[in-house]
Design a protein around this ligand. Sequence first.
Ligand code: ZN
Length: 132
Amino acid sequence: MRQFSVRTQARGQMIDITDRVRAILRESGVASGICCVFVPHTTAAVTINENADPDVPRDILSQMDKTIPMRGDYLHGEGNSAAHIKASLFGASETVFVENGALVLGTWQSIFFCEFDGPRTRQVFVKIIPGG
Ligand code: ZN
């Protein structure tokens, strides 16, 4: 397993980490298999979405704030329940096929690290499993 750090700069932020995952894939030398990207956090997540228009991640974060507001009927004493809920909705991992040594992503798809309770320094774990 490989890992890298992501330094986030805002409470809510989506950061394209596709190139960092691709670098790990290249180093692995695996031509065919599965790439698992996992974040070991309860207020951050990983998702795959559009990379071409920066308004897309902006709109996702903006609407998530409206759907799951910071203040609500929450009991969790740390005060970041909204971030926990968003993290569970998005999920802690993504799986991408590897073929011909490349990630199998659609033209407009990127892998995004999703910060919901930043700014913080976060970790991303990547495992490349050969096969298939
Ligand atoms: Zn908490």
